[in-house]
Write a protein that binds this ligand. Structure first.
Ligand code: FAD
Ligand code: EPU
Length: 335
């Protein structure tokens, strides 16, 4: 185990400099077991790519980076294939690997940063698809007993940017592998408006899964900051799910306000739109702020502290509450 505190800046996409008392990597269950045996009751944090966390203070405990690799076809028939990936694989590389093999279902989720193992944590989603749509099962290490448990989709209790691992089982499991049910006969999903227009810009009328992936990559690259250049963790807030009456009230003064169907009797508002309307888009305070192309993304231009970014998020929440009567919820995991 490391004896010197370790700076976590290279291990979080916000580029926040913060210290962990101990930092280790594991690429097998045996290594994980040894590191947990040496843990001595310290607080524990499992890290994948660090692209959905904000460190607001030093981490007084043990950070374990999941680097379990592996890509395996565990079963297949004429139309479907079950692909199992090690939790430490890079998500986008895994998606491209599936596309190379002609396995469809993940192409709309291209270019999402982070690891495969974190993908079920918040049921990652983009461009009309969430992983719950193609999820088969996962294997997870139960920290208290050392047993390996299997979870199907129902047991994961997936919701919008939610799963059982963020709620009642929070902190209890380490995800080791995830299996996805993919299709050999793709039915392309281009229902998300921007994909159709991107494909027609590319002069493609009969898209392959690679075309859809390329379209998604192009749209994402045009508005989301690359964490290698500007520190960020993607959408900082969830899109709020609210009662129809709140939407009606907003539409009275802003007839163009984007809103989408959600669970029965509810609508989803676009948090980015609310934040832009409130005047925050592109706002910069010293070396951090709100991204100029996507108001849902808070950015660290270099050297900001996590506490400064957290305080900015609080100011935005208060302002949106006051202006629209809507409570924004943070999507990023605050540490
Ligand atoms: P980390 O940040 O390392 O961890 C996230 C959480 O999961 C932490 O609580 C951590 O403790 C826990 N965790 C990680 N791995 C494990 C494991 N193996 N077992 C148990 N717990 C674990 N998300 C979307 O849903 N859609 C998007 O379109 C999207 N776009 C993004 C764009 C950008 C530019 C960025 C920077 C982020 C974006 N995100 C998006 C958020 C992020 O990519 C996802 O949440 C991703 O799944 C995080 O993976 P990670 O490995 O980096 O997780
Ligand atoms: N909008 C604005 N101003 C902005 C940003 C957005 O008016 O600054 C409007 C857009 O014009 C559009 C609507 O808000 O009408 C939705 O915008 P967009 O399609 O860009 O998506 P989003 O709701 O801002 C969500 C996810 C993203 C995901 C995209 C694409 C959440 C919290 N965010 O963003 O996920 O990539 O849709 O599907 O659900 C992430 O989770 O980190 C993430 C980036």
């Amino acid at each position: 185990m490391t004896t010197q505190p370790v700076d976590l800046k290279p291990f979080n996409s916000f580029g926040i400099s913060t210290k962990a008392t101990h930092f280790e990597r594991f690429s097998t269950i045996q290594e994980l077991q040894v590191q947990l045996d040496n843990r001595n009751n310290q607080e524990l944090l499992i890290l994948g790519g660090g692209s959905n966390v904000l460190f607001t203070k030093d981490f007084n405990g043990l950070v374990l980076r999941n680097e379990i690799k592996g890509f395996e076809i565990t079963s297949e028939d004429k139309t479907t294939v079950i692909v199992k990936s090690g939790a430490g694989e890079v998500w986008h590389e895994f998606v491209l690997n599936c596309i190379d093999k002609g396995f469809a279902g993940l192409e709309n989720l291209s270019l999402i940063p982070g690891s495969v193992g974190a993908s079920p944590m918040q049921n990652i989603g983009a461009y009309g698809v969430e992983i719950k749509d193609v999820f088969q099962s996962l294997e997870a290490f139960h920290i208290e007993t050392g047993e390996i448990h299997s979870f199907d989709a129902e047991a994961c209790e997936f919701g919008y940017r939610e799963s059982v691992f963020k709620r009642k089982l929070k902190g209890q499991y380490i995800i080791l592998s995830v299996s996805f049910k993919l299709s050999k006969n793709p039915s392309i999903n281009t229902s998300y408006g921007a994909i159709e227009s991107e494909l027609s810009k590319m002069n493609i009328s009969n898209p392959s899964i690679r075309d859809v992936s390329n379209a998604v990559i192009s749209i994402r690259s045009s508005k989301l900051p690359n964490p290698k250049e500007i520190g960020n963790a993607g959408s900082f807030f969830k899109n709020p799910v609210v009662d129809q009456s709140i939407v009606d009230e907003i539409l009275k003064t802003h007839s163009e306000a984007p809103n989408y169907p959600a669970e029965t009797g509810k609508r989803k508002l676009a948090a980015g739109w609310l934040i832009e309307q409130a005047g925050w888009k592109g706002k910069t305070i010293d070396n951090y702020g709100v991204h100029k192309l996507q108001a849902l993304v808070l950015v660290n231009y270099g050297g900001a502290t996590g506490q400064q970014i957290y305080d900015l998020s609080t100011a935005i929440i208060n302002d949106i509450q006051q202006k629209f009567g809507v409570t924004l919820e943070r999507e990023v995991n605050i540490l």
